[in-house]
Design a protein around this ligand. Sequence first.
Ligand SMILES: C[S@@+](CC[C@H](N)C(=O)[O-])C[C@H]1O[C@@H](n2cnc3c(N)ncnc32)[C@H](O)[C@@H]1O
Ligand SMILES: C[S@@+](CC[C@H](N)C(=O)[O-])C[C@H]1O[C@@H](n2cnc3c(N)ncnc32)[C@H](O)[C@@H]1O
Ligand code: SF4
Length: 462
Amino acid sequence: MFSSKENVLLLSIRLYRIRNFFISRRFSSQISERSQTSSGPAPCNITADDAVVYVHWPYCKKRCTYCNFNKYISASVDHARMRRCLVQETATLLQQSGVRRVNSVFFGGGTPSLALPHTMAVVLETISQHALLPADAEVTLEANPSSTETDKLREFKTAGINRLSLGIQAFSPPDLHLLGRDHSVEDSLRALQEGRTLFPGRVSIDLIFGRPGQTVEAWRGELQQALSVCDDHVSLYQLTLERGTALFRQVEKKQQTVPDPDTMADLYACARETLQNAGFQQYEVSNFARNGAESSHNLSYWRGKQYIGVGPGAHGRFACKGLGRTDREARIQTLEPQQWMGRVERLGHATAKRTSLSQLDILEEILMLGLRTTEGLANERWVRFSGGTSLHDIFGTSVAAQGFVNAGLLELSHSVLRATHTGLAVLDSIIPDLLLATQDWYRHRCDDGDKTGLHYTSGRAE
Ligand SMILES: C[S@@+](CC[C@H](N)C(=O)[O-])C[C@H]1O[C@@H](n2cnc3c(N)ncnc32)[C@H](O)[C@@H]1O
Ligand SMILES: C[S@@+](CC[C@H](N)C(=O)[O-])C[C@H]1O[C@@H](n2cnc3c(N)ncnc32)[C@H](O)[C@@H]1O
Ligand code: SF4
C-alpha cells in the first residue's frame, strides 16, 4: 500500500508483458493453493454463443534477439499440411465450443505473413461453415515489413484480411539491427504505404521501447517519424527481457544495458503525451487509436470474452457447449508444429492442456484484463461472474483499494473499477493487492458455506 502519490510514482513501472493478456497462472496458483478444500471441483458455469478466433502461424524467417514467442525457423514448411491441419483444428474446436457467431479473427505468430494467402482464405471459409462470421468482422493479419511479405498484401486482402498489424518495432537502423530484425526502415515505410492503400484506416504498427541505450530524446524523434507515416492505431510494447533470448544473454554479460526504471517511466510518459497530442486516445496500457480504430479483437480479450485458439501453442478460453459442458476452460494447443500436426491428424485437434476455470480464476482474469483498459472493468461484467457481489461490495471495503483511490490511481463507482491515467502506468503495483482483496472476499464466502467455484486443474487433453 502506498501512502502518497509521490511514492507510487517513484516505483518502477514494469508494464504488463503483452502475453499477460492471456493471463499467467502466477496469481491464480497462489490462491488456489490456499483455497482448495477437499469438497472437490466446482467450476464456474457461464457460457456464451459467440467468441473470437485466434490462429497461430508458428514459423519465422529469422529469430529476433528479444523474442521468445512460440516460433520456429524452418527452411521447408509444408504449407499444404499446415493448411489442412489448421482447417481441421478450426472445425473441431468450433464444434466443441458450440459457438454460433465469430466476432473477429486474428492471424498471429510467428510470422503469418509468411503463410500462403490461400491458407487464410480456407480457414475463414471453415469458420463461416461452422458459425456466423459477419461480413464486416475484423480479420487481422500480423505482417513483418520485409519486401516479399509486402508484395503479398494484396493477395491477403483478397483472401479476407481487412486489418493489418505491422511489426515495425523501431525506426532506428542500429536498433533494428540490435533487435535482429530482417527489414530496414525503408522496408517499413513501403509496407506502411502499401498497407494504408489496401486497408485504409485499418493498419496498426507495433513499436518496442526501452531498447538498450534508448534515450527519451531519441524515442521522441522516432515517435514523430512514426506519426508522420502511421495510420490510426499504434501499439507500444515495453521491451521485456526474456530468458533464453540473445538479448537477455547480452544484457546479462553486460554487453548491453537497458534503460533504468525511471527512464522506462519517462519513455512511456513521453509516448503517451506525444500520441495524445497527435489525436490518439489510449484505450489500453499499450494501445492507442484515433478515428474509432480500436481493435475489436483485442478488446474482446480485455473484456473477458470467449476466445478459441487454433494452431501450435495458441491459447483459448471457452466453454465446450458442443460437448455438453458449461464451464469455461483455459486451453493450450501443442507447441511444436510437427507434433501439433501429428496430433491434429490423429485426433482432429491438438489441445495439450485443458483446465477448468473456477469462479475465482475467472474473476482474477477479468480483473487483471479489465484494468488494462481505460474503460476499466464494468460492474455489469463482474457480477455475471461473481454471482451478484458488486465491485463496490468488494473493493469499497478493501483498505488497499481505498488507498489506491485516495492516491489517485484508481476510480471506483457503482458501475466501474478503473485505473486512472497515473494508475495505468503503475498497474503492476496495484493489481496484486486487488487480487488479494478478491481472494479474501472469496475465502470468506467459502468459509460462510458457499463452496462454489473452487479451483481445480484437470490437465486432460482428450
Ligand atoms: C510475437 S510478434 C509476432 C508478429 C511478427 N512476427 C513481428 O515480429 O512483428 C508480436 C509483437 O510482439 C512484440 N514482442 C515480442 N517479443 C517482445 C518482447 N520481448 N518485448 C516486447 N515486445 C515484444 C513485438 O512488438 C511484436 O510486434
Ligand atoms: C502482441 S499482440 C499484437 C496486437 C497488435 N498490436 C494489434 O493491434 O493487432 C498479438 C500477439 O499475441 C499473440 N497472441 C494473441 N492471441 C493469442 C492466443 N490466443 N494464443 C496465443 N498467442 C496469442 C500472438 O503471438 C500475436 O503475435
Ligand atoms: S518478433 Fe516476430 S519475427 Fe521476430 S522472432 Fe518473434 S515472432 Fe518471429
